[in-house]
Design a protein around this ligand. Structure first.
Ligand code: GLC
Length: 556
């Protein structure tokens, strides 16, 4: 049995440091809090943790606005805390993936401050995308690009003498200026940052906005009247998925490969966050010599419809076939509505609720959502490849859909002119103990976003050891996945009717596993003589698999 290249079937758990565990009681999670809670993950049975950014940052975009790539923000701790956390994780057999943010820095970064103080055309300005404005007085933005958070992607600066100056590009918040990757200094700096964390023991990187680093030369207008969300080809937009990004990642792969240790399964890995379509373009990121993984968001975006899910899974597997790279699967993260809430609505193809859910929006059906979420995860963890879990999904946490608007912190809410609620709903601190202040998130009542009451009922201590709980379901799935190594298996579809998503996956430890999900239909009869290994919900042995339930069965 091949144990090499651990990442090929790894289950990687995303920690959002602000919201996982608060050690010092200030209401914001921190690295010592994470260290103390790591045994939860060892017990869950994951292989690695990926931490969203904990760098020095003014936190205008929850840490994805980095002011110092080589330090820890005091809110989260110190470099020594990072070292202690990494040591503890390694001791528990968990790898540590750091989030690298190479598309933009914070406007507090010393480079950007130097750029503001320097002249147009200076080497200091050349590290970012400064341009003269259009129109007779230079007071029109250099092109029509819009920020991902709403509003124009350009901001005009004021020169040291007080007069209006050049404009700079920010594909995200105004406090996140885009680097100019045609400038060799930027690439050298990022390589040095990678080495800094690799030398401290990081096992790899999740690459933020990996498809955005290279822009079409001359910065032409984006296609007008054409929404990126509807684009068939992301690369039709001059700021996304341009061929030059791949050169960057070939270089990075050489860096991570240089840390390989002969005879040890110790690959340092690179995973792209690239919202790229079509699947074939996304697959290019995992070509031989390039990245190890790329998030496959098409599965997350699929509606709860068996035929659509089957098509997405099939296309995803085919897309990477040519490159002998594993596919990745993910259902929730810190940028989207949690799947226990997302799936609590009638399935509408193409409707993702990326804009978040507010108290005055139609609310998801919590029971239906949780049942489908458990079934979706039961399917996901049987798929060949690597899977990513988002903190709290193992508790079946829903999004906080009733947050008062005045506590929202995601810049999306303000920047969209209050049209998009943003991502705070999925970022609320995790409950550990049902009866403790802040549900055990920290030692005090304090929590940077208020926790819904239902989080108390879903706390870790309310579910641990309780048969049928979501936590015990995840533990069972992860144990069986490891035992049978289905992540290294091959998938074959089975036709069990319109509402059944059914496939067999080969196992490295004997007969294969048959996975069946009843996606919104009447009972699905289970094959005779099969033994149930794990099920996402109660099963009626007479009638079969109930609606919105999934099961793993032995095939012999
Ligand atoms: C990525 C992150 C998101 C962040 C954005 C800008 O999409 O996942 O949270 O806002 O990049 O860095």
């Amino acid at each position: 049995m091949s144990q090499q290249q651990w990442w090929r079937d790894a289950v990687i758990y995303q920690i959002y440091p602000r919201s996982w565990a608060d050690h010092d009681g200030d209401g914001m999670g921190d690295l010592p809090g994470i260290t103390a809670r790591l045994p939860h993950l060892a017990g869950l049975g994951v292989d690695a943790v990926w931490l969203s950014p904990f760098y020095t940052s003014p936190q205008h975009d929850a840490g994805y606005d980095v002011a110092d790539y080589r330090d820890v923000d005091p809110r989260f701790g110190t470099l020594a805390d990072f070292d202690a956390m990494t040591a503890k994780a390694h001791e528990l057999g968990l790898r540590v993936i750091v989030d690298i943010v190479p598309n933009h820095s914070s406007s507090d970064h010393p480079w950007f401050q130097e750029a503001l103080a320097a002249e147009p055309g200076s080497p200091e300005r050349a590290r970012y995308m400064f341009r003269d404005g259009g129109g007779p007085n230079g007071d029109e933005a250099p092109n029509n690009w819009v920020s991902n958070f709403g509003g124009p992607a350009w901001e005009r600066v004021t020169d040291p003498d007080g007069s209006p100056g050049q404009w700079y590009l920010h594909l995200f918040d105004v406090s996140q200026p885009d680097f100019d990757w045609t400038n060799a200094e930027v690439g050298d700096e990022m390589e040095s940052v990678l080495r800094f964390w690799l030398d401290r023991g990081a096992d790899g990187f999740r690459i933020d906005v990996a498809h955005g680093l290279v822009k079409v030369a001359g910065l032409p207008d984006a296609p007008a009247g054409h929404e990126i969300a509807d684009a068939v080809r992301t690369a039709d937009f001059p700021m996304w998925d341009q061929p030059g990004v791949h050169d960057i990642y070939w270089r990075w792969r050489k860096v991570t490969d240089s840390y390989a240790v002969e005879g040890q399964d110790a690959d340092r890995i690179l995973c792209a966050e690239a919202w790229v379509r079509p699947s074939e373009s996304l697959a290019l990121y995992v070509r031989e010599g390039e990245l190890h993984q790329s998030f496959n968001f098409s599965f997350l975006m699929s509606p709860w419809i068996a035929t659509e899910m089957q098509q997405v899974i099939q296309e995803s597997l085919e897309a990477v076939e040519a490159y002998a790279a594993p596919q990745t699967w993910v259902l929730s993260n810190h940028d989207v509505v949690r799947h226990a809430s997302r799936l609590g609505y009638d399935p509408v193809p193409g409707l993702l609720r990326m804009e978040g859910i507010g108290a005055d929006d139609p609310q998801p059906d919590a029971e239906v959502g949780l049942r489908r979420a458990r079934a979706a995860t039961t399917v996901m963890l049987a798929l060949p490849g690597s899977a990513y879990l988002y903190q709290g999904e193992e508790l079946g946490l829903p999004d906080a859909t009733q947050l008062p608007d005045d506590v929202r912190q995601d810049p999306t809410w303000e920047k969209s002119g209050h049209t998009s609620r943003g991502r705070d709903g999925c970022r609320v601190p995790v409950p550990w103990e049902g009866d403790a202040p802040s549900y055990g998130f920290g030692p005090t009542e304090s929590s940077w976003l208020p926790q819904p009451e239902v989080y108390g009922e879903l706390a870790v201590d309310r579910q641990a050891g309780v048969e049928g709980s979501t936590l015990e379901l995840y533990r069972a799935l992860l144990r069986l996945r490891r035992e049978h190594r289905v992540g290294r298996g091959e998938l074959t579809w089975r036709d069990l009717g319109e509402h059944a998503l059914a496939f067999e996956v080969t196992s490295e430890s004997g007969p294969g596993i048959l996975v069946i999900a009843n996606v919104g239909g009447e009972f699905v009869a289970l094959p005779e003589g099969s033994e149930i290994l794990v099920a996402s919900g109660p099963i009626d042995t007479e009638q079969g698999l109930p609606i919105d339930t999934a099961v793993w069965l032995t095939t012999s």
